[in-house]
Design a protein around this ligand. Structure first.
Ligand SMILES: [Zn+2]
Ligand SMILES: [Zn+2]
Length: 771
């Protein structure tokens, strides 16, 4: 019951409500609430609507350039509780940076709750959601025989389902997605328009009556009659290899327990040794083969559903992964859930592609390209508009530590912590990515792959155009790597010329350091420890493991490592005995035991195709070969990965020296000691550990010297070599013990994929302050 007591103020058009006190005496007030962060395009307004109704409040909501603004009226206690409880109940994708609230007794007398603002205003700032795994509500409906979407593999709602991978254009509505081919039935339409419904404005909403359908085809591509999912399940159980169409691409699935099946898959896919990812029914199934900490479990079960690299419980499963980790993800689409049923615990789930081409997305392409690879095809008629590989990460300090930031994360922006001009950063080459900036946001692309592959390069240019359109960005500057031969550089040069906009070229390691700074919202000068494969240096030579001092505006090369000649150039990254030979020879040791020693000797002596490299990866390759861990690598970084896997407990450190300018790590003494310990019969695992301990000790000493020279106390760790968990679990702690503040990657990958963020920040600095 409401009782009118007295007019509080007289200027506004008021209803009975704004003149009143509640019967129980609680005074009504008006709250002005500003919520900053990523709260647009994430189902935030329907969420607020429901919450406002639940709390019995009235008022308005509108989008602002930095978030949303609410004006609400109700009892003061209720309003305060609303503000307090809002963050904990917000939609999964919302990122609330700050809530400001102020209260007044002056009421406007809202009769109901209204969403204000023009459509164009809302459009400009709208973000596009990544794909989200099936939610608990949909899961319940999927398993409920009484529900009209029982066992329907495309069930979704406002809180879950495909987004980025089905969007063709903006504004984001059904007509501009792959769902345009499926007009809604009256039942779905009703849900779509009902703000009280969980499917209010859920663009991909559909049901068995109106939505896409799944089908099963045999090895010859002939459609097989029957329940497609049951057919696929039977084929998998029988040991066949089945292509399964997912959200961002097509996978190849097969049983995990039989090494022969995995071997067949490797042979057909031409993938000799690279680890396969697994999909497990749930975290408990993953625990049968891996250790899963509470933190890892949280990331596994997270709605983004990345592949999490988990430690194997025992050395088994070598047919899946030859190293100490295995990549595991949980089912993320209703189709996956149905495929696993109650009785399949785990499946190999590897991208369907052939020898380093992009993951397949198209039905016809799969039927053609996987002929002879897959024994069956579980496909459907909803097109994948945008390819998006599974994300891949470790869990460090309870958060994702990315090797690949892709599905489930992209195209959500990362905050820059400052305003940026519209810039396109073109990335590097092997783990290509790009990013675009708008306001205080940076939009990193999904994983794209190695640009030297023509199809991948086409995907790269296509995605740049797609992002520009989706986020309405007209860049005013371009930034690329200094390396003139990178295809990303060629693309940038051509575009800058055509469009007459400035092009900024950034040194590779500088970009890495800047990416790590930006990742941590740091702009002041730092010591950058960048351990990477190779990147072109400012002196025209190839750089690798560098210690830099600088910021977004510039840098100096403070330290490096003693260069290693790569006998036969790129061939040495595969045939790593070549690197072992170079290390042993330089250390003055006997090289007689190495095959082709005479050939290598003559190549070195004549300087025949023996470019110098100071890459940390090469040192790992060489050590792995010397220890007999691996002498022939079939994929990038294999030597390092296997050396890490081989390490057992050992606290020792090999002797080494640091000298010269730049201050170089001279590894010759380390190699001499390593060989002498090996020859004395010491255990390989202990020597592998001691090798990495030496690198950690060297890093600490190099940083201490850099601190003495610069007075700086912050170290940023970046580059592909920091994907080594042995080092990542030890180096930051050792640096902190030495008094440093340590920055490591948190939101983008430490490898070349994350580097475009650094390019962008350096370009922004160059534009603001042209030297
Ligand atoms: Zn749902
Ligand atoms: Zn329907």
């Amino acid at each position: 019951m409401i009782r009118v007591v007295a007019p509080v103020f007289s200027c506004a058009k008021y209803t009975e409500q704004n003149l009143c006190f509640r019967e129980n005496g609680g005074a009504l007030e008006r709250a002005w609430i500003h919520i900053r962060g990523i709260v647009q395009g994430v189902g935030f307004r329907p969420f607020i609507h429901r919450m406002v109704k639940e709390y019995g409040l009235t008022g308005t909501i509108k989008n602002t350039s930095s978030g949303v603004e609410l004006e609400l009226e109700g009892e003061r206690d209720t309003l305060s509780r609303f503000v307090e409880e809002l963050p904990g109940r917000a939609p999964k994708l919302a990122v609330i940076e700050r809530i400001e609230a102020s209260y007044t007794k002056e009421l406007k007398g809202f009769a109901d709750f209204q969403i204000l603002g023009s459509k164009t205003e809302a459009l400009r700032d709208t973000l596009i959601s990544p794909d989200i795994c099936i939610c608990d509500d949909c899961l319940r409906e999927l398993k409920n025989p009484a529900d009209r979407r029982w066992r329907y593999p495309f069930i979704n709602c406002t809180n879950c389902g495909p987004r980025f991978t089905i969007i063709r254009d903006v504004p984001y509505d059904r007509a501009k997605t792959s769902m345009s081919a499926f007009p809604m039935c009256p039942d779905c339409e009703r849900e779509y328009h009902d703000i009280e419904n969980r499917r209010y404005h859920a663009q991909p909403d559909c049901c068995p009556v109106c939505g896409p359908e799944v089908f099963y085809l045999d090895a010859a591509g002939r459609r097989v009659e029957g329940d497609a999912i049951e057919l696929a399940r039977a084929a998998l159980k029988a040991g066949q290899i089945v292509a399964v169409k997912g959200l961002g691409g097509i996978h190849l699935a097969c049983r995990v327990d039989d090494p022969e099946i995995a071997k067949t898959l490797r042979r057909r896919k031409q993938r000799d040794e690279k680890p396969f990812a697994l999909m497990c029914r749930d975290a408990a199934c993953a625990e049968k083969i891996c250790t899963v900490s509470a933190e890892e479990r949280e990331i596994l079960e997270n709605f983004r559903r990345p592949i999490v690299l988990l430690k194997k419980k025992s050395p088994g499963l070598s047919h899946i992964s030859e190293n100490g980790y295995v990549g595991v993800m949980l089912p993320y689409t209703p189709l996956h859930v149905l495929l696993f049923g109650d009785d399949i615990d785990m499946l190999v789930m590897t991208s369907a592609n052939l020898s380093d081409t992009p993951m397949m997305t198209d039905n016809e392409e799969a039927l053609h390209g996987l002929h002879g690879v897959a024994d069956g095809f579980l496909l459907h008629n909803r097109d994948i508009q945008t390819r998006c590989d599974d994300s891949l990460c470790w869990v460090l300090d309870g958060k994702e530590y990315f090797a690949r930031r892709s599905r489930g994360y992209v195209p959500f922006p990362v905050r820059a912590g400052r305003e940026l001009g519209p810039i396109l950063a073109c990335g590097a080459e092997q783990k290509a990515s790009f990013c675009l900036s708008r306001g205080s946001y940076v939009f990193p692309s999904q994983h794209i792959g190695d640009l030297k592959n023509l199809e991948t390069f086409e995907a790269y240019t296509g995605q740049i155009a797609h992002f520009e359109r989706l986020f309405d960005i007209r860049q005013q500057a371009l930034v690329c790597d200094m390396h003139p031969d990178y295809l990303s550089t060629e693309y940038a040069v051509e575009r800058a010329e055509k469009e007459g906009i400035p092009l900024i070229r950034v040194q590779h390691h500088h970009a890495h350091m800047a990416a790590c700074m930006a990742d941590n919202f740091v702009s002041e000068k730092v010591i950058g420890l960048v351990w990477d494969g190779t990147g072109l240096g400012t002196d025209g030579t190839s750089w690798g493991a560098e210690c830099l001092i600088g910021d977004f505006h510039g840098f100096a090369r403070f330290g490096s490592i003693r260069p290693i000649p790569l006998i036969g150039g790129d061939l040495a990254t595969k045939e790593t005995a070549r690197v072992a030979f170079a290390l042993l020879r330089d250390a003055g040791l006997d090289t007689g035991g190495i095959e082709n020693a005479a050939l290598y000797e003559s190549m070195l002596r004549e300087g025949l195709n023996c470019p110098l490299s100071s890459g940390m990866g090469r040192l790992f390759d060489g050590a792995a070969a010397i220890l007999g861990v691996k002498t022939l690598c079939s994929y990038e970084g294999q030597g390092a990965v296997l050396l890490e896997a081989a390490a057992t407990a050992d606290d020792g450190v090999f002797p080494f020296t640091l000298d010269g300018s730049p201050l170089r790590f001279d590894w010759r003494e380390m190699i001499r000691e390593l060989v002498s310990c090996r020859d004395r019969g010491e255990e390989t695992g202990r020597l592998a550990a001691r090798f990495m301990n030496t690198l950690i000790e060297m890093a600490v000493q190099q940083c201490c010297a850099a601190r003495e020279a610069s007075g700086l106390n912050t170290v940023a760790l970046s580059g592909g070599s920091f994907q080594n968990m042995y080092i990542m679990e030890r180096l930051p702690g050792r640096l902190e013990k030495a008094g440093f503040r340590v920055l490591r990657h948190r939101r983008v990958s430490c490898n070349d994929e994350g580097l475009s963020l650094g390019q962008l920040m350096i370009a922004q600095a160059a534009i603001e302050d042209p030297a």
